[in-house]
Every structure is written in structure tokens, then in C-alpha cells.
Design a protein around this ligand. Structure first.
Ligand code: CA
Length: 277
């Protein structure tokens, strides 16, 4: 639709542009000054481009939100901040970010509830920020559909590194042939899973876990191995993160922890793929 140069100019417009009044965006690219029609035109243009990953920062502490957006901008992302729960859902719906960084303590709507509602329409990568150090908060956030978490206070640099790791992660592990485990069929190339012919709605993280386990059925994978594959080797935190996501995955597949068909717990170690029977 747009050639590379044009796309570059528009990306620069997003990063370097200044909003003038309500509906004009202007700025400079090198020596070239420009002014692009309405903000809505620009937004539609930006939405149509897949070149820059959009990151939505949901944080009511404005200074912190600004610092995170700033850092993400410099790292080459298209970042945007909102400060309330309802705004987060509105903007996520229209802007379709790849990643949402979500504070839990928010005015209007709690971050946990934002996460649950976000999951109804989005498979974006969600990192929750929690000032509450209690483990239950983290686990509850993951159960609500978040992919990862960071405890406050956190390093902005570390947060951005996690966003980068997620978006750079190759989603394609060598073997992409369809895999069947009883009623469960996994299509790694299309990133789809179905049980009894019905598609199962998985988040990117849930699919990656299923993909990692089913790629080598019968082989037990430790929690750390799964973290390395799904969250990256630099991920630091509580390895029980894996258990919460496995719990969500089992629930969606209709599998039971007591008598699992698909995902078998290997005590004191991790998980392996079951036969589907
Ligand atoms: Ca807060």
C-alpha cells in the first residue's frame, strides 16, 4: 500500500509529530516539514501499518506512565498511555495494541477486571504491574489472562526488554506439521488448536506453551525450560507463572488436573504432553 520511504515518513510523523489543535499533526522529517490531514486519518494510517508494534501503557501515575512511554518510543515502539480502566478498554478496542502494560490499581475499573474484559476481544500480550507484593495478586492477574507480571518498583529498562523479547520471539519452532492427541488437534503453522473439531480460543502465551509441550510429546519439560521457550531466557521471577498458564490452558482444553488427557503434571519437575486418551 505504501512504499518504504513513505512508511518511514509516516512512522517519523507519529514519533516526531506535534498535535496542533484537535485534528492536525505536523512535524519534520529531516529537512522536510509536513502536515497530515486529520488526526483520524493519521490514526487509520497508523492502524493499517504493521511495521511498528503498538504498546498501550495503562497507569494512573502519570509521571511513571510518561517515563515508560518515553522509553518505549526511544526503543522504536508506538507507545501510548491511558490513565483509567475504562479508557484502557476503549483505546485497546480501537487501537488494537500488540502489548498492554497494565497497572492493577486503577481508577474507574480495577486492572484485574480490565484484563478479564480485554481477553474477550484481544489476544495481545499483557504484562501486569503490581505494587501489591502479595503473591495472590500476581496469580490472580495471570489467571485473569495476563501473560507476564512485574512487581513495583520495577526498572523501566527491564520492562522494555521484556516487551522486546516477546515481540522478537520467533513464533515458529521447526516442526509445523499438524499434531493430534485424541480429540485435540494442534496446527502450529496456523497457530490454531481445536478439541473435537471446535476451535479453542487461546492467548499467544497459552498457544506457545501448548506448542512447546506438543512439539516433543512424551518428553517432560521443566518449568524453567518452558519459561526459556515461552518468555525468554532472561526472564526472572517466580516459575509458578507456568502453573497458572497451564491451569488456564487445561481449563480451555477441557482437561483436568486430576485425570489429564492432554497436559500431564510431572511432579517436582514440570509437564509433558499426554496422549489425549
Ligand atoms: Ca496505580
Amino acid at each position: 500500500m505504501f512504499d518504504g520511504l513513505l512508511a518511514t515518513v509516516f512512522i517519523s510523523a507519529v514519533f516526531d509529530g506535534e498535535h496542533i489543535g484537535q485534528d492536525k499533526t505536523a512535524g519534520t522529517v529531516g529537512d522536510l516539514a509536513f502536515c497530515i490531514g486529520s488526526a483520524q486519518d493519521l490514526q487509520e494510517l497508523v492502524n493499517s501499518m504493521s511495521v511498528v508494534s503498538r504498546v498501550l501503557v495503562v497507569e494512573d501515575e502519570r509521571v511513571l506512565a510518561g517515563a515508560v512511554v518515553n522509553y518505549l518510543d526511544r526503543a522504536g515502539f508506538d507507545a501510548r498511555a491511558v490513565h483509567t480502566g475504562p479508557d484502557a478498554l476503549d483505546v485497546a478496542r480501537e487501537w488494537n495494541p500488540s502489548v498492554v502494560i497494565l497497572d492493577l490499581g486503577l481508577p474507574g475499573l480495577d486492572g484485574m477486571e480490565v484484563c478479564r474484559q480485554l481477553r474477550i476481544f484481544s489476544t495481545c500480550y499483557v504484562i501486569i504491574l503490581t505494587a501489591r507484593v502479595e503473591e495472590e495478586d500476581t496469580l490472580e492477574g495471570l489467571a485473569a489472562g495476563a501473560d507476564d507480571y512485574m512487581n513495583k518498583p520495577f526498572s523501566v529498562r527491564e520492562l522494555v526488554a521484556r516487551v522486546q523479547a516477546q515481540l522478537r520471539r520467533p513464533r515458529d519452532p521447526g516442526n509445523t506439521a499438524e499434531r493430534t492427541f485424541g480429540a485435540l488437534v494442534i496446527d502450529p503453522a496456523a497457530r490454531l488448536a481445536s478439541v473435537g473439531g471446535s476451535l479453542v480460543d487461546l492467548t499467544a502465551t497459552e498457544f506457545d506453551l501448548l506448542d512447546a509441550l506438543s512439539a516433543e510429546p512424551g518428553i517432560a519439560r521443566s518449568r524453567r525450560e518452558l519459561i526459556n521457550v515461552v518468555w525468554g531466557e532472561n526472564w526472572v521471577g517466580d516459575e509458578h507463572l507456568v502453573d497458572v498458564h497451564i491451569g488456564n490452558l487445561r481449563r480451555k482444553l477441557g482437561d483436568s488436573a486430576a485425570r489429564p488427557s492432554y497436559i500431564v503434571t510431572v511432579r517436582g519437575h514440570g509437564y509433558r504432553m499426554g496422549t489425549g486418551e
